[in-house]
Design a protein around this ligand. Sequence first.
Ligand code: AMP
Ligand code: MG
Length: 408
Amino acid sequence: MKTVISLSGNNDFFLSALATCELLLRWRRNSLTSSLILTVIFWLVVVLPVSANHSQQTPKLPIPFEQHVLSYTSLSTQKTLHQTSGSKVAKPINFRWYVDEWPIMGTEVSARIHHDQAEEARLLLKHVREEMQRIDNTYSPYKPNSELSRVNRLASQAPQKVSDEFYALIKKALWVYERSAGAFDITYASVGHLYNYRKAEAPTDDEIKALKPAIGSVGITLNDRHQSVYFSDERIKIDLGGLAKGYAVDSAITLLAKSGIKHASVSAGGDTRLLGDYVGRPWMVGIKNPRLVGASSNNWEEQQVMKIPMINEAISTSGDYERFFIDDDTRERVHHIIDPGTGKSTNEMMSVSVIGPEGFNTDPLSTALFVLGFEKGLELIEKIPGYEAIFIRRDGQVKYSSGLVNPE
Ligand code: AMP
Ligand code: MG
């Protein structure tokens, strides 16, 4: 499997227009690839050549300024590169896109389906809402009556029986925990629950010291026969925020596919799952410039550092701009991805995106790679077949996994 990538680069003169950098990927493993025509649009005058050898690829992105605004990976619906191939596809006359957007899980959800019946489309979008709301109600650590809150309250007293789904989520979390040597760890919440990004609150060093011994998924005992969860320490808390959104977008897409939908996208914050293509051409998924998020321009094009044509896949982006505040004293960025080793937010990466077949994997993997950083993160993703990653470090260096290479 090989994928062609192009990354346009650096132009100091146009720093504030960084989003004009474009990354185009061609998925060679995909059967559609043979018919895919890639056109790389270089908007800027100076282009940073990128070596075809990924190990030497560390192109630098200029980081013009910080914007303290939340934002997430978003989808382009514009007719961009693939209009030619798209125009060859005969579209049924009554088909159109139906879109719904709403806030959930502390982020924005957006669902888009291609349908020829307005009523049915609206009903399906309602079902998508309900399904995602159900997942939020079950796994929110902020809702006292959620299943997750029950487990957090009681699992250190006695093993707690959980649903098939809950059990599968914890199993997945433990799988990523092992693969990432503990970088992805849902017990980070033993300390993590003391962060409140909206109120700019972080635990003190003493609080971290007192609770850090409770971090470590080795403290979680699962019993397959009883499907129960037990915590070996009463200070242990878990939080599934690192994988619940990826799971939720997968669930929504499964629901739509079962209802006969052929083209759809569902995004929750930085997690997107696509069904089919964008009717005759790929979806264009953007990766935001982490330091251009919320810039004065509302132009989607301008805010992306990369655009990726994708079909029937998932992409998750973990970014230090999603939930954060700047500490008044240290001027450090305190954000929502916590290094389980320190109980504090990590400071190497700005953004990590993972692309692959399922959001249930791309979501926890992007969080894991974010904690692991450039070197170890790359090492891990190379070992997971079918998944690729794009890393943007705080200093603007970019790296991507070996399935993504320069176009000839
Ligand atoms: P994402 O935006 O998918 O990268 O996930 C970030 C979310 O994952 C945070 O909001 C937390 O709920 C959770 N999280 C933070 N740090 C970790 C970690 N080290 N391991 C697992 N989950 C984490
Ligand atoms: Mg994630």
